[in-house]
Design a protein around this ligand. Structure first.
Ligand code: PMV
Length: 315
């Protein structure tokens, strides 16, 4: 009996969520401190293929749940690897990425599943499906979660690099010239990306000119942030986050709790903070000078965040 393990990181969007659905650029980075992992073990002959996620009480059989997201990831990976017969495999998913928290939990679970299938098939390196193939499959599964994903979540989680992302274009990895720290804090409020994205779509339909203007503003902030990150001007990032948050508020995707925690982070010394992901709950991010990281983290936790982790971006 052989066992294969594969992992994928969480992610945060630094700048550009929502506007990215409307073809404006966005910046996202992997967060390796939280991970999804899959252990794939051979089962007895005839046992079939089962995928279990014990942390959320899920257990699906590949043959019986063809449109379940866990099963779909495995099925598409098997198709890509040219395996037709259902294998006798037990796949177990574990993840410490907050669910429905804007940290790419669904994409990371799919990516880890697909990578585990490819690794377990022991294809020679020349026949191994490419990262593009993994990305394509994870994107197909993302479409089950919400109908119109921009593709940013799957891209950053699969390539595991900071990416400059424009919908429909190949992702551009880019360099972080000077390291900086983020505090990522969880409101503990689960938020459905699908619901928030479709609310924004309705509002955009009602006021297309106004919303297009906000999306343009967010796209310009993403562009300025890329310049700042690539040139090592980390002092520019705080004000850009504040400005991005002001526009997200105009899209009506922030909440009182997010606003309160963002203010808490800034009062405790963060240079700037904003929600990250779909909003209406989930996580916020704060850019913080290294000597203030612990103060900001503690302030967020005593202010009601259910979790707060620190990550250093750039090496
Ligand atoms: O899945 P989340 O919550 O990180 O949100 C994804 C970001 C959005 O821009 C809101 C949606 C998308 O598809 O890009």
């Amino acid at each position: 009996m052989t066992t294969t393990t594969a992992t994928a990181p969480g992610k945060v969007i630094l700048f550009g969520e929502h506007a990215v659905v409307y073809a404006r650029p966005a910046i996202a980075v992997p967060v390796a401190k939280v991970q999804a992992s899959v252990t794939l073990t051979d089962g007895p002959p005839g046992s079939g293929c089962t995928i279990a996620a014990p942390d959320i009480g899920a257990r699906v059989r590949l043959s019986a749940h063809r449109e379940d997201p866990l099963a779909l990831a495995v099925r598409l990976a098997l198709e890509e690897a040219g395996i037709q017969a259902e294998p006798d495999w037990q796949l177990t998913v574990r993840s410490d990425i907050p669910i429905a928290g804007g940290m790419g939990s669904g994409a990371a679970v799919s990516a880890a599943l697909v990578k585990s299938v490819f690794a377990h098939t022991e294809l020679p390196a020349s026949a191994q499906p490419s990262a593009e193939a993994v990305n394509r499959i994870v994107y197909a599964v993302e479409k089950l979660h919400h109908a119109n994903p921009s593709g940013i979540d799957n891209t950053v989680v699969v390539y595991q690099q900071p990416v400059w992302f424009v919908r429909g274009q190949p992702p551009q990895p880019f360099n972080i010239a000077r390291p900086f720290h983020l505090v990522i804090a969880d409101t503990g409020i689960a938020s459905s990306t699908a619901a928030v994205v479709s609310d924004v779509r309705r509002a955009w339909q009602d006021d297309t000119v106004g919303y297009e203007k906000i999306f343009d503003g967010i796209g310009q902030i993403a562009g300025a942030a890329r310049q700042a990150i690539q040139s090592g001007d980390v002092n520019a990032l705080g004000p850009l986050m504040r400005e991005n948050q002001r526009l997200l508020r105009q899209l009506d995707v922030s909440t009182e709790m997010l606003e309160r925690l963002i203010a808490t982070a800034e009062e405790a010394g963060a240079a700037g903070a904003k929600l990250s992901g779909a909003g209406r709950g989930g996580n916020l991010i704060a850019v913080v000078e290294s000597e203030k990281v612990v103060t900001v983290q503690e302030a967020l936790l005593s202010g009601g965040a259910v979790g707060a982790l620190v990550t250093r971006l750039g090496s």
